[in-house]
Design a protein around this ligand. Structure first.
Ligand SMILES: Nc1ncnc2c1ncn2[C@@H]1O[C@H](COP(=O)(O)OP(=O)(O)OP(=O)(O)O)[C@@H](O)[C@H]1O
Length: 365
């Protein structure tokens, strides 16, 4: 080997170093003319964290994102970035001055430009050589170096999404706002692109807000979830907190399929056709027992409530059994590992697993 053969390798692209920005909404309400699209919304996002705005269609998620970006001015309340009011309180900072990156569901790549030109576009104002090397480093980070000359139309959906991500992080925004960024991808691709996106976000250090209607996506990506309902915050907290301790029947239903059966609460215990469970903090009187499908145990007849399997569905790793239980109007759905659910027609006994059972007052609270 000669000295010429040991030339140093090309320097690896350095991750963008950003100053992550805090975002805060305080009593924010907005209307497009008829009723409130968002009402009295308060939450904050700590620098460097990933927050999911989660909720069903029309609950106001995109409106909040547009307000954070500055493309919509809230009717009431204050939005702060990095501790400084940027909307409300007599302040308004225009979108281009907020230092915020945007990524929307249609990727918004310029179709007539190459990938390199797309990513360089957000770096206008920087010296050309610096802009090019930064853009190339970001394309390398999302695995698209060899595609830099291609136009968006020559890329797959997943590649376009990654190009949009490279473009959004290239200017090193302190806050990245993403509106349903994975909704155009099929399920299998979505999982891998989501993981890649999270890795890029963590590496860049930017604070991120991701709008989604998919609870699994929110749990998979976010440090905290803000669950919205009809323009208001229904609950906020760590993913596990929302899943394990939903504050309402609405939140419980949002995170998993549940069986709802009537029960009666007395002195902190709920009694139902399937047995008793603890119901701390729930007022005495009629209430609702919410049981996740894997919280139902199926045993031999004689153990627990008497039931009969009426259907069994193969779901891959699990099976779903539908059970008619004596004394209950609606059939129950139980999940078991594949191969463990009894066959249709089998007489069984059904009991509860307390950890997967929640008790709510009759009004769902
Ligand atoms: N430009 C607009 N003009 C009038 N009404 C609007 C406008 N944008 C949104 N809305 C209304 O405001 C409410 C909140 O809409 P928003 O888009 O914020 O909800 P979303 O939760 O993001 O819904 P999706 O998941 O379907 O995108 C809805 O009732 C919607 O119809």
């Amino acid at each position: 080997m000669t000295a010429l053969d040991v030339s140093p390798p090309e320097p690896a692209p350095q991750p963008a170093s950003v100053r992550p920005m805090a975002l805060a909404f305080e009593g924010v309400s907005h209307s497009y003319g008829r009723g409130w699209a968002v009402e009295d919304v308060t939450f904050s996002v700590t620098p460097g964290s990933v927050v999911a705005l989660l909720g069903e269609s029309g609950c106001g998620k995109s409106t909040l994102l547009r307000i954070a970006a500055g493309v919509e001015r809230p009717v009431r309340g204050v939005v702060s970035l990095g501790g400084r009011a940027v909307s409300g309180d007599g302040a308004f900072l225009p979108p281009e001055k907020r230092g915020v990156g945007l990524m929307f569901q249609d990727y918004a790549l310029f179709p007539h430009m190459s990938l390199l030109a797309n990513v360089t576009f957000g770096l206008r104002g920087r010296p050309r050589a610096d802009a090019l090397s930064t853009a190339r480093a970001r394309l390398a980070q999302v695995g698209l170096s060899t595609h830099e000359r291609k136009h968006p139309g020559e890329l797959s959906g997943g590649e376009q999404q990654r190009a949009a991500l490279a473009r959004a992080v290239a200017p090193q925004p302190g806050l990245l706002l993403m509106d349903e960024p994975f909704s155009g991808l099929d399920r299998r691709l979505r999982d891998s692109v989501r993981d890649d996106t999270l890795a890029v976000l963590r590496e860049s250090g930017a604070t991120a807000v991701i709008v989604t209607h998919d609870p699994e996506e929110a749990m998979r990506m976010a440090d905290r979830i803000v669950l919205m309902r009809r323009g208001r915050v229904a609950q906020q907290g760590a993913p596990e907190e929302l899943y394990r301790a939903p504050a309402s029947l609405f939140a419980a239903r949002f995170f998993s399929e549940i069986n709802e059966i009537p029960c009666v609460v007395k002195n902190g215990r709920a009694t139902s056709a399937l047995g008793d469970v603890a119901a701390p903090g729930v007022e005495d009187g009629p209430a609702i027992l919410a049981i996740r499908p894997h919280g139902l145990r199926i045993g031999p007849r004689g153990q627990g409530a008497a039931g009969r399997i009426v259907e069994r569905r193969f779901l891959g790793e699990t099976e779903q059994a539908t059970i008619v239980v004596d004394g209950l109007d609606a059939p129950l759905r139980a999940r078991r590992p594949a191969g463990e659910a009894p066959v249709p027609g089998a007489d069984v006994g059904v009991t509860l697993c307390g950890a997967e059972t929640l008790v709510f007052a009759a009004d769902g609270a």
